[in-house]
Design a binder for this molecule. Sequence first.
Ligand SMILES: [Zn+2]
Length: 344
Amino acid sequence: MSLNEFLAALDALAAEAPDRIAAAADLEAWTEVRNALVGRQAGRLTEILAGLGALPKEDRREAGQRANAVKVGIEEALDTRRAALAAAAATSGPALDLSMPARARWIGAVHPVSLVIDDVIEIFRELGFSIAIGPEAEHAWYNFGALNFPADHPAMDMHDTLYLGDEQVLRTHTSPVQVRTMQRYRPPIRVLAPGNVYRRDFFDPSHAPMFSQIEGLVVDEGVSFADLKATLSHFARRFFGASTRTRFRPSYFPFTEPSAEMDVQCGVCGGGGCAVCKQSGWVEILGSGMVHPAVLEHAGIDSERYTGWAFGMGPARTAISRHGIPDIRILYDSDVRFLEQFAR
Ligand SMILES: [Zn+2]
């Protein structure tokens, strides 16, 4: 091969390269063109350069310089074309298929415990109750002393109560709200106090260290146990169904006297006995009683003139018996598959 032949081949390559590069319509075609022009395996330039060693020694320097200039020119044109193709791909994006089904919208649901609280509040609102709230970090006096707990009551033990210091506790029940409400408002009082309470418990199928309670309090002249029984029985029929039967069992709480627990007929077996009601036919729903005169006096209310009644219930337990939930921990797992069942 002569120098002239070598240079003519280079010129031919340099002449055809721009059109071929411009014709590459996408990155795939661009890659093919690059391989055909300057590819190491089968590129035309590589073929031409293979003839370099056959040239007379004195011609090789010029031939090499010309070949390099052609190579640089082709590579610049390739880079420019590839950048243009990449920019076009970025702005056009992937093909848009308007017929594809949309991703299903996930609609949140109210937590089953909140549903119970909402339902309880709605029923008592109809009876003229308003809502009262109090602090979760509470003075021990409001949590125990004002509620007539004797100084040696086991509930005050460090094993049962989370203390925040000598005088402060995480409230173990919502009953401190009773005292705060009576200190702040004169009778007649009709309030409902929903809120979180804390116990020194570990999670197990029926216990949690934090759970909600709803407390109710009525204080007025001439309020009797008959009012308590009638109101709570009405509540049970509104909440569980018009044919729901209730029963009251004597109980003990430091802040009420007399005290009673209210059971409703088991909704799962209808009273015949099943695992939910432990074969008794009844499910305990709440604790209640006439406000102890000492509690009225602690809150600055004349216990000779006024009487009152109160109740407290656990919405989590109510939700459990309402829905047949086998383990209280499920309520606190935040498992969306469980929670979305309660969408209304
Ligand atoms: Zn039952």
